[in-house]
Design a protein around this ligand. Structure first.
Ligand code: SF4
Ligand code: SF4
Length: 133
């Protein structure tokens, strides 16, 4: 029991990532989207056609490229030529929270898209632990 209490106190006091910066309205995040099938990024047109049958909202996207790992990249139909969201007030939670703080993603080297105005930072710098043993 003592072990669990210690674990949760440490977790509570540990450093956390926070999102900083602001949106530059470049529209990249609406044009470089990864979509998933069974927890894996979609890699083929056939997979995309299949997943659209049960994930109807995937019909809002079209294939617009491929990344260096071979995963398909999608563009949202709602992005305008001038990078504005045509359904801004009705956009989904995923869009509202982008880029979301996700510790697992960040620890594994994940970061916002190149040129994105947001970045992530630890709320307490590592040196603060050295100064306060
Ligand atoms: S990639 Fe970043 S800066 Fe560009 S539109 Fe998306 S959130 Fe804004
Ligand atoms: S709904 Fe709007 S914010 Fe969300 S991906 Fe599409 S264009 Fe971007």
């Amino acid at each position: 029991m003592k072990k669990y209490i210690k674990y949760y106190i440490q977790k509570l006091l540990s450093s956390k990532y926070i999102r900083k910066g602001s949106c530059k309205r470049c529209g990249k995040c609406c044009r470089n989207i990864l979509l998933y099938i069974e927890d894996e990024p979609i890699r083929t047109k056939e997979q995309f056609e299949r997943v659209k049958e049960w994930e109807k909202h995937y019909n809002n996207f079209y294939i617009s490229g491929k990344n260096e790992t071979g995963a398909l990249l999608f563009t949202c139909n709602e992005i305008s030529e001038d990078n504005l969201c045509k359904v801004y007030h009705f956009r989904g939670l995923g869009c509202r929270n982008y880029p979301k703080v996700n510790s697992k993603f960040l620890i594994n080297g994940g970061k916002p898209l190149d040129g994105c105005g947001y970045y992530f930072e630890a709320d307490k710098p590592f040196t603060s632990y050295l100064n306060n043993p």
